[in-house]
Write a protein that binds this ligand. Structure first.
Ligand code: GAL
Length: 360
């Protein structure tokens, strides 16, 4: 079942809270007890986010929407961020497990989630691979990540077309994501399917990373190797695109097709200013809602319906991503996933007006 709109978690709250009480107890989530109002406690939901540097999404969106969704479903919520450190990841997990978790939602960081999942499973705690895949989870709840890649590939084609460049003759550089993130291969597969299907041959492909500074250095070197000539860049997210765009700006290279992902403020500004062709907007509220619903269903002993499965057989629930170019920036702001004040700073104001991005 594709989830493309907000689902009514709130409506589930009453029933879920009661049923969860027993399950959380069985799963080491703390002894269910009567709260002040006589309502049973749902247990603890333990969440680990990967870092803050790869994308602002984790702290700005995922933390907020998971907190709201899980609390709304009656959980006590513990959300922590491993800050790009695999040792910190496992320390956080051990602490959470000692305190007791009714369910774990893990965003993998460089393979750290797999060990944590094994420990949780040994205690009978359901584990959801949230956004990024890893072995040993009960469910993988994310976006349709191959489709994310296809939208990125389409972005590059659209940018080339706008510049009047034939894809079969275009010089296109690939700046992919961290290969230890299982999503990176899916984004790559989708992007390649569309770009190479249209006749693009990669001119350079440095090692992938989720890192603005590394992407900047990698792209700079690629550009030098191409004697400063480039028509398009497949950038796997807005953070990577920002590194690429810095180099394009330093070299006065305008009109280059550049893709992205996450609808970050910097990405939206780059789109409005014409430095980035589009981004892939992933409404995290929908992803969080899908994850909360999955957690509740698992605790109720149900088998949530999946859209597909990963190669290792993990059921995969997919949320639908959305392509956002200059005309759609206002929709991201209207959805509350970026603020007008953050996007429409003085240097971007004229572009905001041009594309109908207004304060109200
Ligand atoms: C991916 C995630 C993206 C992106 C990236 C960098 O796994 O799906 O939204 O932000 O990580 O953290």
């Amino acid at each position: 079942m594709k989830k493309s709109s907000l689902l009514a978690v709130a409506a589930l709250t009453g029933a879920a809270a009661v049923v969860l009480a027993g399950c959380a107890g069985n799963a080491g989530g703390g002894t269910p007890s009567e709260g002040g109002g006589g309502e049973a406690e749902a247990g603890r939901a333990c969440v680990i986010l990967p870092d803050a540097a790869s994308s602002p999404r984790w702290e700005n969106f995922d933390r907020k929407y998971l907190q709201e969704g899980l609390e709304g479903a009656g959980f006590e919520v513990d959300i922590q961020n491993a800050q790009g450190d695999v040792n910190e990841y496992s320390t956080i997990a051990d602490q959470q497990l000692t305190q007791g978790c009714g369910v774990m939602l893990l965003v993998d960081y460089q393979g750290a989630a797999e060990t944590v999942a094994a420990k949780a499973k040994a205690e009978g705690i359901p584990v959801i691979a949230y956004d990024r895949p890893f072995a040993g989870a009960d469910y993988y709840v994310s976006f349709d990540n191959v489709e994310v890649g296809r939208l990125q590939g389409q972005t590059v084609l659209n940018g080339l077309e706008a510049a009047g460049v034939d894809p079969t003759e275009a010089t296109v550089v690939y700046i992919g994501g961290d290969p230890t993130d299982g999503n990176a291969a899916m984004f790559h597969d989708g992007a390649v399917e569309v770009m190479e299907g249209a006749g693009i041959t990669p001119a350079a492909e440095p090692p992938g990373a989720w890192d603005q500074a590394k992407s900047q250095t990698n792209f700079e070197q690629a550009l030098t190797s191409l004697s400063g000539q480039v028509d398009g860049v497949w950038a796997a997210n807005d953070t990577n695109a920002a590194g690429v765009i810095k180099v394009l700006q330093d070299n006065n290279l305008e009109g280059v097709a550049v893709s992205g992902q996450d609808a970050n403020v910097a990405g939206l500004q780059n789109i409005l200013l014409g430095w980035q062709t589009a981004t892939v907007y992933k409404p995290v509220a929908d992803e969080a809602t899908a994850a909360v619903e999955t957690a509740i269903a698992l605790l109720n002993g149900e088998t949530p319906e999946a859209d597909s499965e990963l190669e290792d057989g993990t059921p995969y629930i997919q949320v639908t991503p959305v392509l956002v170019g200059p005309e759609e920036v206002k929709d991201v702001i209207a959805a509350g996933d970026a603020s007008y004040d953050d996007v429409c700073t003085p240097d971007v104001m004229a572009a905001c007006e041009e594309f109908g991005v207004t304060a109200e």
